[in-house]
Design a protein around this ligand. Sequence first.
Ligand code: SAM
Length: 276
Amino acid sequence: MPVTNAKEVNELMTLLGSAPLKRYGQNFLIDQKIIEDIIQAFQPQKKDNILEIGPGLGALTTHLVGSGAQVIAVEIDRKLSAFLQSNLKINGNLVVINQNILQTKLSAFPSPLRIISNLPYNITTLVIEKIIKESINVKDFLFMVQKEVIARLNAKVGTAEYGPLAIMLNLLTEGKSIMNIPREAFYPQPNVTSTIYYLSFTHLYDDYEVLGIFRLVKSMFLSRRKTIYNNLAIYLKNKNEAENTLNALGVLLNTRPEQLSPEVYLDLYRSLNSKK
Ligand code: SAM
């Protein structure tokens, strides 16, 4: 039975001996039309291996399981996990794991993996970073996040939002905004509008390269106010090598980290790696 309003969420949570928990970012989807739109955008198929992060009361899970796909749902809340285990494991195509997704290895799941999540706001960035690092087995990822976060995911070079996340997603994925979701679609209502965003991984690099590029890019943004030369010199622990590498790439030493395109970061990574 879908949960369709605040009263039903509260009644069910009381029955489970709980209440919506802020610390786990528990804002449950209650608008059935929006839930259907999300599923329609994701298009689960029988042949799919799907990971749902934070299934909650099963608003999306019910539809995923109904598609016949193999579904793994990772939920940190013990009471919600137990509820899903006993209520949704009807067809044998759902595995519920009571675990913190940040401590879960994606390589333990079948590949290629499709991931879907109404992301808990407090761990949004950490989850996206995790998926980038472990993206070798990931086909695509559809998620709901605060509208403001999207600005950091598809930020253009030279803007204040441009940084490691935008660079990595530019190199590894094709992304698009699907639609905004009003606050009223959730209970409890969050303070912000959410957006559904979709990432399709293009798999142009192996996992070793992905980790290496990410490590380098993060280091170059450790201090945004420093020049790329200063950040690189610290990273390499070698001023001469930093200067020579940037000169060879035609990058001016006083360039700021946010002024370099994703392609230049890739060139920088490759030029450093070819010397090893
Ligand atoms: N998918 C449900 C929905 O759309 O109604 C619930 C979404 S709610 C925004 C986020 C869910 O993620 C909650 O069920 C919460 O308990 C769970 N969660 C929070 N932190 C988690 C973590 N680190 N690992 C796994 N699940 C987590």
